[in-house]
Design a protein around this ligand. Structure first.
Ligand code: ZN
Length: 75
């Protein structure tokens, strides 16, 4: 069995990286004053100068996901 590379590395991001805690997507690290990272999973991350601030925005207002959705589908 060949012991080659088993995954394709993602293209490198310059400088520091920021990884979304919820979905593990990788972004360039936001500097103070930068525009917020708007992650696909709905969380926004912005550097307010004292650290990363996290905010959850619902993408589509009328549709609400129950907080216990994960629990509902867990076996
Ligand atoms: Zn995310």
């Amino acid at each position: 069995m060949p012991s080659g590379v088993t995954f394709t590395p993602a293209p490198p991001i310059e400088g520091k990286k920021f990884v979304c805690k919820r979905c593990k997507r990788v972004y360039a690290y936001p500097e103070p004053g930068d525009r917020p990272i708007r992650c696909e999973c709905g969380w926004w991350y912005v550097n307010d100068g004292g650290g990363i601030r996290e905010t959850y925005y619902q993408r589509i207002e009328p549709y609400r996901t129950p907080r216990d959705l994960n629990r509902l589908f867990r076996r």
